[in-house]
Design a protein around this ligand. Structure first.
Ligand SMILES: [Fe+2]
Ligand SMILES: [Fe+2]
Length: 153
């Protein structure tokens, strides 16, 4: 499995989490909100740390700028979401906004960015897919720590 496969699997996991959130009863939504925030923080962190610096060199034109802008938008919504998981009104509005941005972003990334990166050697990313998975567990812990700070008493 290469780095792009790892990221695409994370995209499918994110979609499944949004779907689970929509299907869940109200009392299960705060926990799913936390899982969503965690998974998205993890994914964005990995891409920003390891993938986008390489993508900038091979994907030219406005596509990559749009993708970077969307990451900025997601980061802003994510920090809002981390404080909104236990506040039903803020949470519902933020999850809805975030789902729209994420759905659009994943589609474009898989269409315009990832195919160009597939041709590259893993060495270009500065790490292997195994190391990326290891880095994912560090990023997950970071996301958890941040979420603990904003969890209710
Ligand atoms: Fe992305
Ligand atoms: Fe992505």
């Amino acid at each position: 499995m290469d780095i792009i496969d790892v990221l695409i699997q994370q995209h499918r996991d994110l979609e499944a989490l949004f779907e689970a959130y929509r299907a869940a009863p109200d009392d299960e939504r705060p926990e799913l909100c936390v899982r969503l925030a965690e998974a998205l923080t993890l994914h964005s962190t990995l891409e920003e740390r390891w993938v986008y610096p390489v993508a900038r060199g091979v994907v030219h034109g406005p596509r990559i700028d749009f993708a970077v802008e969307e990451h900025g938008e997601m980061t802003q919504l994510l920090s809002e979401l981390m404080h909104a998981c236990w506040d039903v009104r803020r949470r519902e509005a933020t999850v809805r906004q975030l789902e729209a941005v994420v759905a659009h972003h994943l589609t474009e990334e898989e269409r315009d960015v990832f195919p160009r990166l597939r041709k590259m050697d893993e060495a270009a990313f500065g790490l292997s897919s195994t190391e990326l998975a290891r880095s994912a567990s560090d990023a997950r812990q970071e996301a958890r720590r941040h979420l603990e700070v904003v969890a209710p008493p």
